[in-house]
Design a protein around this ligand. Sequence first.
Ligand code: SAM
Length: 216
Amino acid sequence: MRLRNIPRAEAVIADSALVVHNPKEQRGSWQKLFGNTNPVHIEVGMGKGQFLTQLAAMHPEINYVGIERYTSVLLRAVEKLEKQEEKPENLLFICMDARELQEVFGEGEVEKIYLNFSDPWPKERHADRRLTSGKFLKRYEQILAPDGMVEFKTDNRGLFDFSMKETGPAGWMLKQFTYDLHGDEQLSQGNVMTEYEEKFSAKGNPICKMIIAPGA
Ligand code: SAM
């Protein structure tokens, strides 16, 4: 998702207390920043933030951090929450490229990583940019807690199949998966829809989901 450049985005984001402006300085101290010892869950490529905003309201016992690369996209999430009278205390955003995750989160600092409808990067020469590529799995492994995991949803079957193939060689295990999340009684329990999930499932596209974790 790349929105047109929105001139006010930089200023709105710079002014917002919902956005962490010095994320690398928080490395190893995210719980301290939230003021508690609750687990930290992150979404990489959160887009306009619907998924994490809903999760944060449902789970005050979890600290959520949403990561989005583009200010023009993050702006939507920030503006929506800034309008709310009560801001969630367990949700923060970062504008950054996920390639720098290890500089922002310490070893074992994150218990769960959500990847939702990640960009497919269909050209083979861009495969390393896919957020489920072996290169990214290595980055996630550095910041995940020992029992940490990645939950990935997409309607893109090609990307899903690629992601499955990446797990073994990267030393990750496939814990659970489905090619039809909304028809899966177990995995659909408590499912929170993302913006893309609403859009693509309304078109009739089945939604795939996998839960993966480091370790053979
Ligand atoms: N997760 C949302 C959803 O399901 O509705 C948005 C999906 S959108 C297709 C993918 C988002 O991931 C875009 O907003 C894009 O800017 C962001 N993104 C892609 N690569 C990224 C990266 N390396 N670091 C941070 N954000 C990234």
